[in-house]
Design a protein around this ligand. Structure first.
Ligand code: DQA
Length: 148
């Protein structure tokens, strides 16, 4: 059985570290990638870590994951609050989805309180900073180990 986990990052997350550090912290996307790589190694998961600013590209990656991956961890960033297309692609993948947000979106503007992804996710993490990615991968390992 596949132990490949696709970690996807949406728009503007390539700017982590310099973008609104009071909200998102000082760690860069490369730091998040390293954290995920180290966590995946500890948990014997195969990791694919990607970021895009193009919604169609993200949707293509989700479609391709269906045949190859065991789970998707996704920080859809602003598309969380706008994209039915990403939600539909995630449903079509038939994979367990874990939604991650670095900030606590519920403590921020009202438009960030609604997520198109949360109702179809197995778990949602927000406000843990970049450690949320590590926690999400730990939960994926737990789900896969429980499946046997
Ligand atoms: C975010 C929260 C979103 O509301 C925002 O648009 C982002 C990042 C987070 O990780 O906290 O770009 O997903």
């Amino acid at each position: 059985m596949s132990r490949t986990v696709l970690v996807l990052n949406g728009p503007n997350l390539n700017m982590l570290g310099t973008r609104e550090p009071a909200t998102y912290g000082h760690e860069t996307l490369a730091d998040v990638s390293s954290l995920c790589r180290q966590t995946a190694d500890e948990l014997a998961l195969n990791l694919e870590f990607r970021q895009t600013n193009h919604e169609g590209e993200l949707i293509d990656w989700i479609h391709q994951a269906r045949a190859r991956c065991a789970a998707i961890v996704i920080n859809p960033a602003a598309w969380t609050h706008t994209s039915v297309a990403i939600r539909d692609a995630l449903v079509a993948s038939e994979l367990p989805v874990i939604e991650v947000h670095i900030s606590n979106v519920h403590a921020r503007e009202k438009f960030r309180h609604h997520s198109f992804v949360s109702p179809i996710a197995v778990a949602v993490l927000c406000g843990f900073g970049v450690q949320g990615y590590r926690l999400a991968l730990q939960h994926v390992a737990h789900l896969l180990n429980a499946k046997g």
